[in-house]
Design a protein around this ligand. Structure first.
Ligand SMILES: [Zn+2]
Ligand SMILES: [Zn+2]
Length: 223
């Protein structure tokens, strides 16, 4: 396993034999602040389920977020996603793996599917690249092509919550039999959670007993 890990910090280049990011860089990152709602991972004063999740329980029962979306995680994610810096996948997966190791293990890890047109444009699915080292580290089977994105939805940026919900409705198809399975969906960033919600609903329809959302970074407030 050791051979998979870089010996230099992915951010500053300092020697870092055990981790993808050196201790100093890791300490500077915006680790997701607790207390937070266990369902949506937004900050709450007491760590209890927030009012929004109580009123309208999401399809996913838990969200694990390694970071709050902000500097320099935003830059790191952009470098990874748009410049194709795949060596960063390990650095982004590692903190999430540490967090997830403290929670019940799902039966299946499912990366957020990318529409074939986007995949062609980018050359890789960022969620799959982060899911690979996670699956390896935590020993959870990876369902790489189990679900498909059937509609190439416009960018969610700048849309209101309700528009985002409408924008992604019917965007996924999945013909897995997930009867009784606990599934963790992996995505790079969670903003309103509407895309994760839509995929989560599809997975529950496929019989999943439980869906959780695993994200590298969570935007810190309701958008
Ligand atoms: Zn460093
Ligand atoms: Zn919540």
């Amino acid at each position: 396993m050791q051979a998979f890990f870089p010996v230099h910090c992915a951010l500053c280049g300092a020697a870092s034999p055990d981790r993808a990011l050196c201790a100093a860089c890791d300490a500077d990152l915006p680790h997701h602040a607790l207390p937070a709602c266990p369902v949506c991972a937004l900050p709450t004063p007491d760590g209890q389920v927030c009012g929004a999740c109580l009123r309208r329980p999401p399809a996913f029962g838990r969200t694990l977020a390694a970071f709050s979306y902000g500097f320099p995680i935003d830059r790191l994610l952009q470098a990874f996603k748009y410049a194709g810096n795949l060596t960063l996948a390990e650095a982004l997966a590692e903190p999430l793996a540490r967090l997830a190791a403290a929670h019940p293990k799902p039966d299946l890890l499912l990366p957020m599917p990318l529409h074939p047109a986007r995949l062609k444009e980018r050359g890789f699915n960022q969620a799959l690249e982060i899911a690979k080292p996670l699956s390896r580290r935590l020993d959870i089977p990876l369902a790489a092509d189990a679900c498909r994105r059937t509609r190439d939805t416009p960018s969610q940026a700048g849309l209101e919550w309700k528009q985002r919900r409408r924008n992604v409705r019917g965007a996924f198809a999945c013909d897995l039999d997930l009867a009784g399975k606990k599934v963790a969906v992996l995505d790079d960033v969670m903003t309103t959670g509407s895309t994760l919600e839509e995929l989560g609903r599809v997975l529950l329809k496929c019989g999943a007993a439980e869906v959780s959302a695993w994200v590298v970074a969570r935007t810190p407030k309701h958008a």
